[in-house]
Design a binder for this molecule. Structure first.
Ligand code: PRX
Length: 661
């Protein structure tokens, strides 16, 4: 049975436990349905009410949704606010001001913590340091930082002065960084000398230097360097400053700059179906509303909770559920610098016990790797730790297979914690389809139902609804406040990528396939329908990897990249390569494959390294020269070829390509 078939016949149902229903913000399905009805009856009124109740406005908005230039929707656009003030200043003078905002556990296990009041002072001082560098409202700032409190401070400080941040994940290469600095027109890069991962010191600043040295960064004026470790790094006089130097003499008082609700809070690059990553642009007001509201709805966050989202700030999950949401909700959160398997694969469970975590949010890939570890070594099984503090578990980033769901439910959640399988994307800003812990009966492997106000549906190519039980394309029929506003610098691509003309040009196309169950109408995501792969919850474009491979012009003539299912990483990258020289075999093939893997790591980052590389004299193409990717997908999976191959010029290459190194 295929993975999709097996989830289709899933019939286990887990109603929310009484303890989770009682006192929940959305308690029971009647409460959920009431909110959906409210949104259905008065869409604008619904959002206006929530925006007034959940966001502190410097200037109240009078317009809720402006659709006059669809799909360039505007939300609350005559209102003014500051995102950082909504995360920090609003707690001052309330009991939250002396509450712990962040507990930080470093790679080596060292723990520090900071209260809301202290965090505000640190953000204020850093914001003043940014101003002293000449950074102003509207400027773009690249953040290339490890998971540290300083990373969150950098993001909040940008928001405080109205600068638009663009965080680049610390695993991306110098080249990727260079492209992002140029595309965003960034005036500054905030980085660290090194990052610590699994006891190792890995360079960041040196990669920034390499990225800038590649040229074209004409807008860039300064680089600020957090000294994460005592090891020195090269500094360019006049351009680079350590945090200590930049912060020296700066006051911790910095008035937040009110910005219009549509002001770009951040740009976050993500992969699409072409070789060039898209700069997903988010607005301030709608995004902040959703970050706060989904903390309340999806995680039912309470004053005594200790929230832990394991995502890196380099991804959207780390934006919404580390840097903004928990602070806007006034929660205590745990931030972790290291890796889940070091010094041992029980680290997550140990940390949950140590910090008395109540809400834990992680990715299926992490769960699957920890299952494997626990199955091979009893000592790292979660049963060795007391996880009774937990009350809600979350999953994000990729489909969670029912087996992993059951293990998570039993061994981590002690069969008492609801699991919220949250479906969303960089573009959606926050959760869009997810169970509610105090309301939704859970079905393993299903993200269940849309949040109130999210008009999700499954349609065919023309935008027509597809009946429950049949697969189709996932769309969201009405705009929502935290949606992508545009692709930075490329509004045409925004329209083309997300709002297909055939569907009328105003409906958001998610890029995922989905099916709703016949009994409950629950959504299941069946995977991307475009050329985007999901490897360990990381989004990668096949074209990006292809471009990287063919840019090795001395060696590679042609390359095609597809995904194949992988038990641990969800999907794995499989590359089919034609070299400019004769097709290599044996040891030589292995050696060239390694060379190409390292090349891709250098061009994009280690996360994009192909797991499988196969060499052929050619690629399977139709007469018109189009690469038959479907065929390649079958070969990558190791399936027998059932497709029609009569149009292939040289069927013998299929055998070559099927050969594993
Ligand atoms: O394919 C879906 C998958 O991740 C994609 C979005 O990736 P990204 O923008 O990097 O954001 C990841 C974190 C929100 C989606 O198009 N995806 C995300 N969450 C789920 C999921 N697939 C199935 N179930 C989920 N819960």
């Amino acid at each position: 049975m295929s993975a999709i078939e097996s989830v289709l016949v899933e019939n286990r149902v887990f109603p929310p436990p009484a303890a989770a229903v009682q006192g929940a913000r959305i308690s029971g399905m009647e409460a959920y349905n009431a909110l959906c009805d409210e949104a259905g009856k008065d869409f604008n009124g619904f959002w206006a009410r929530l925006a007034r109740e959940n966001v502190v406005w410097n200037k109240p908005f009078t317009r809720t949704l402006d659709e006059s230039n669809a799909p360039f929707y505007k939300w609350f656009d005559d209102g003014e606010l500051n995102a950082s003030a909504n995360c920090l200043d609003k707690h001052i003078g309330t009991p939250t001001e002396n509450k712990t905002a962040i507990i930080f556990e470093a790679d080596d296990g060292a723990v520090t913590s900071i209260t809301y009041k202290e965090l505000l002072a640190r953000v204020g001082q850093f914001a003043n340091a940014l101003k002293a560098q000449g950074i102003q409202k509207g400027d773009r700032v690249i953040i290339y930082m490890p998971m540290t409190v300083e990373g969150v401070i950098a993001m909040q400080a940008c928001a405080r002065i109205g600068a638009t941040h663009s965080v680049v994940f610390g695993g991306f290469s110098a080249k990727a960084l260079n492209e992002r600095i140029i595309d965003a027109g960034a005036v500054a890069v905030i980085t660290a000398n090194f990052q610590m991962r699994g006891g190792k010191e890995l360079p960041l600043k040196a990669i920034v230097d390499d990225g800038i040295a590649m040229g074209g960064c004409t807008t860039l004026r300064s680089v600020l360097v957090f000294m994460r470790t005592p090891t020195a790094c090269a500094m360019v006089a006049g351009r680079d400053k350590t945090f200590d130097e930049a912060l020296q003499g700066q006051s911790s008082d910095c008035a937040p700059v009110p910005v219009g609700a549509e002001h770009p809070l951040f740009i976050l690059y993500t992969s699409g179906s072409t070789g060039k990553p898209k700069g997903v642009q988010h607005a301030t007001g709608g995004y902040l509303l959703w970050a706060k509201l989904t903390m309340d709805w999806t995680f039912d966050i309470k004053p005594a909770d200790v929230f832990w989202c394991t995502a890196d700030i380099g991804w959207i999950t780390g934006h919404t559920y580390v840097a903004y949401g928990p602070l806007a909700a006034g929660a205590t959160q745990l931030i972790f610098e290291g890796v889940p398997t070091w010094p041992h694969a029980g680290r997550f469970w140990q940390m949950i016990e140590k910090h008395q975590v109540t809400v834990f949010y992680t990715a299926p890939t992490a769960i699957r790797s920890l299952i494997k570890a626990a199955e091979t070594d009893e000592k790292v099984h979660p049963k060795n730790w007391n996880l009774s503090s937990l009350r809600i578990l979350g999953s994000v980033g990729e489909p969670i297979n029912p087996e992993a769901w059951m293990w998570y439910h039993r061994n981590v959640g002690g069969e008492r914690c609801p699991i919220v399988d949250t479906f969303w994307q960089t573009e959606t800003g926050g959760h869009v389809i997810t169970p509610l812990p105090g309301a939704t009966p859970l079905v393993p492997g299903s993200c269940t139902l849309p949040l109130p106000g999210i008009m999700a549906a499954i349609v065919d190519e023309t935008g027509k609804d597809i009946p429950n039980g049949s697969g189709g394309m996932l769309v969201i029929k009405r705009p929502w406040p935290s949606m992508i506003r545009t692709i930075w610098g490329d509004p045409e691509r925004f329209k083309k990528s997300y709002f297909p003309e055939e569907m009328g040009g105003t409906i958001y196309l998610a890029g995922d396939g989905a099916v709703r169950s016949e009994d409950r109408g629950y959504f299941r995501i069946t995977g991307r329908i475009d050329d985007v792969l999901n490897v360990s919850g990381h989004r990668l474009g096949t074209m990006e990897i292809e471009s990287a491979l063919v840019s090795k012009t001395d060696l590679v003539a042609e390359a095609a990249v597809v995904g194949r299912p992988d038990d641990l990483t969800g999907e794995a990258v499989c590359a089919f390569v034609v070299l400019k020289r004769s097709r290599p075999t044996g040891e030589e093939a292995k050696q060239i494959a390694n060379e190409l893997r390292n090349w891709v790591a250098k061009e994009i980052g280690p996360i994009a390294k192909p797991k499988d590389i196969r060499f052929g004299d050619n690629l399977p193409k139709t007469r018109s020269g189009k690469i038959m990717r479907r065929l390649l997908r079958s070969i990558a999976k190791g399936e027998a070829i059932t497709q029609d191959t009569s149009t292939l010029e040289n069927p013998a290459i299929l055998e070559q390509l099927a050969e594993k190194l």
